[in-house]
Design a protein. Structure first.
Length: 165
């Protein structure tokens, strides 16, 4: 295969949209898609595809079926992976939430709070946003690899692995 043919094949492959089902909000299918050339969150509402996010996103979470909004993170420093938290609702409205300018690696929520891990050059911390107020819960030691937040009620880290230094 010649180089020009390989490049053409690669360009065609990259243009193929990516789709991933996240779950549902109020009986509406929520999914990620790159159909417009950037990764965004969409909803299937009344048989129509509705784009919920206005510009590309970096991190999403699983939607909660009993709620009508989903939080996500967006890179706010043009490729430096410094994120801000936003929420989008089923009306297609998007709001930025008070959050530190950190690299967000995990995110979850319930009807009252958003919990996430964020890393700066100095530390990785566990944060909560509750009633619009941001709090740092703890700093995670460098020897712990954070995998998943399960219980919002107890703010516990369910799965972690210690690395030998």
């Amino acid at each position: 295969m010649e180089y020009s043919e390989l490049i053409k094949l690669l360009e065609e492959t990259v243009r193929i949209p990516f789709y991933a089902i996240l779950g549902k909000l109020k009986n509406n299918l929520i999914y990620l898609a790159t159909s417009e050339g950037e990764i965004s969150i969409y909803a299937l509402i009344g048989g129509k595809n509705v784009k919920l996010t206005k510009s590309p996103i970096a991190i999403s979470t699983r939607p909660k079926s009993s709620l009508d909004f989903i939080p996500f993170a967006r890179d706010v420093e043009k490729g430096k992976e410094i994120h801000a938290i936003h929420i989008a609702n089923l009306k297609g409205e998007e709001f930025q939430i008070e959050s530190p300018r950190v690299r967000i690696s995990s995110l979850t929520y319930d009807d009252k709070r958003i919990v996430f891990t964020g890393s700066s050059q100095n530390e990785t911390s566990l944060y909560v946003i509750e009633n619009g107020k941001l709090s740092k819960l703890t700093t995670i030691p460098p020897s712990v690899v954070f995998h998943q937040i399960i219980s919002l009620e107890r703010y516990c880290v369910s799965s972690f692995k210690r690395e030998l230094i």
